[in-house]
Design a protein around this ligand. Structure first.
Ligand code: ATP
Ligand code: MG
Length: 430
């Protein structure tokens, strides 16, 4: 029976392993193979005079990255990886890899990201890349677990929709029988409808589609969004939840992913400490004014350069709060005492925006007014507005980019590294 390579010890005595041929070294009378599975690497040593013809023939025929099944006694060897080696009694090639390989799995040669993504199945065989996705899996587990423990209901909303969420132009049209339809850019309207459905606390982790034509290191055309909506909560309350989600997710990764972090050579993994500073938008603009060359003034969006400048000053996660109502979506709730600013926020990592959220407008007529003020036609939001006419609890929520969360957590230079099969303007395959 096959055992994971990590569990192979001299005490195991005899072991059968399966995996990829990581490295081959032939020293004449002695050949060394490194065999790799998801759990680690094992040295297989072949003293050519002492093994069977069959073993020798297979060892000679095999190529790097082929899949093999090998069995034999294990003994302690100080210099070998993990301090043990296996001398094969059987050596079976299950699936022979063609040569040359499209990319080098043993990481001796650095590879362009494009080449890596073209051969993603090989790229993910590299332990440091596999680590990214193991950590991403752990992080998503922590997030699901958090919501479950906090009494959230997990929902799934349609990705094929008839209307835009925010009236933006960044939508992918699709052919839907004889109608025009789009891929949804956000579950925003649906999660708000679930407040009218009385669900009180919902979350969704799912794809969002944005037909943005920019080619940056932090934008994808298909991203994964972690979305929540909470009834009877204001922006303050959902910011607290967001902070909690971030800290608990880092804590879980720190606690459970030490091997993966080591594979990525991350030795200084730091769990952020809450509460994160709340920086009013007006102060953020003042910081940016002093630090960036391009002119920026109150009422402008905070672009990438400004984000980085403010981030450098803040030094850790922080919230930007109290945004001008004019530059936030129609569903953001203006402050009662000063409606020119609203109860919207962004959660920032020093490198970039991670999340946007707000307390929402729950009054039907006010919402209609705000939609019209943005130059949108309230009639095309009929399906969304209807729930506001039959009893809508006050509510607040946010959307957090999962890909950016992982990218910033692991210090990756491109968001594509945090996504298995990224979709951008130039990449549709694989
Ligand atoms: P940005 O200004 O950085 O383009 P945004 O304000 O347009 O982001 P939101 O609509 O606020 O994005 O979406 C909430 C979160 O979803 C963002 O903070 C980000 O983490 C993630 N997100 C949005 N669009 C993308 C995208 N194209 N690629 C990757 N993540 C995205
Ligand atoms: Mg945003």
């Amino acid at each position: 029976m096959r055992i994971p390579i990590k569990s192979v010890t001299p005490e195991t005595g005899h072991a059968e392993i399966c995996g990829f041929v990581h490295e081959v070294r032939d020293l004449g009378g002695l050949a060394f193979f490194l065999i790799r599975d998801r759990t680690g690497i094992l040295q297989v040593t072949i003293p050519k005079k002492k093994v069977s013809e069959a073993v020798l023939a297979a060892a000679k025929a095999v190529s790097r990255e082929s899949v093999v099944r090998i069995s034999g006694p294990v003994k302690a060897v100080e210099k070998a990886p993990g301090g043990r080696e296996l001398v094969p009694e059987t050596f079976e090639i299950i699936s022979l890899a063609e040569t040359p390989l499209p990319l080098d799995v043993s990481e001796k040669v650095s590879v362009e990201l494009d080449t890596r993504l073209d051969g993603r199945f090989l790229d993910v065989r590299r332990p440091r890349v596999a680590a990214v996705f193991a950590i991403r899996s752990a992080a998503m587990h922590a997030i699901n677990d958090y919501f479950h423990k906090e009494g959230f209901i997990s929902i799934t909303t349609p990705k094929i929709v008839a209307a835009a969420t925010e009236g933006g132009t960044e939508l992918f049209p699709i052919a839907y029988f004889d109608k025009e339809a789009y891929l949804n850019q956000s579950p925003q309207l649906f999660k708000q409808m679930m407040m009218a459905a009385g669900c009180e606390k919902v979350y969704e982790i799912g794809p969002i589609f944005r037909a943005e034509e920019h080619n940056t290191t932090k934008h994808l055309n298909e991203a994964t969004s972690i979305d929540i909506e909470v009834s009877y909560a204001d922006h303050i309350e959902v910011m607290r939840i967001l902070e909690d989600v971030i800290v608990k997710t880092y804590e879980y990764v720190d606690k459970t992913c030490s091997d993966h972090l080591a594979n990525m050579e991350i030795t200084d993994f730091a769990v952020p400490k809450g509460p994160f500073p709340r920086l009013p938008y007006s102060e953020a603009i003042e910081i940016a004014k002093k630090k960036i060359e391009d002119p920026i003034k109150y009422g402008d969006d905070i672009g990438s350069a400004a984000e980085r400048a403010i981030g450098a000053e803040m030094g850790g996660h922080y919230f930007v709060v109290d945004w001008p109502t004019e530059i936030r979506p129609y569903y953001a709730m203006p402050y009662e005492n000063d409606p020119t600013i609203c109860k919207a926020f962004d959660l920032m990592h020093p490198r970039m925006e991670l999340s946007s959220g707000a307390q929402r407008v729950h009054n039907h007529d006010q919402l209609v007014q705000q939609i019209a003020k943005k130059g949108l036609n309230p009639e095309s939001f009929d399906f969304y507005l209807k729930p506001f006419r039959y009893g809508m609890p006050p509510h607040a929520g946010w959307g957090l980019g999962a890909d950016r969360l992982i990218m910033t957590m692991l210090g990756l230079s491109n968001v594509r590294e945090a996504v298995l099969f990224p979709r951008d303007m130039h990449r549709l395959v694989p």
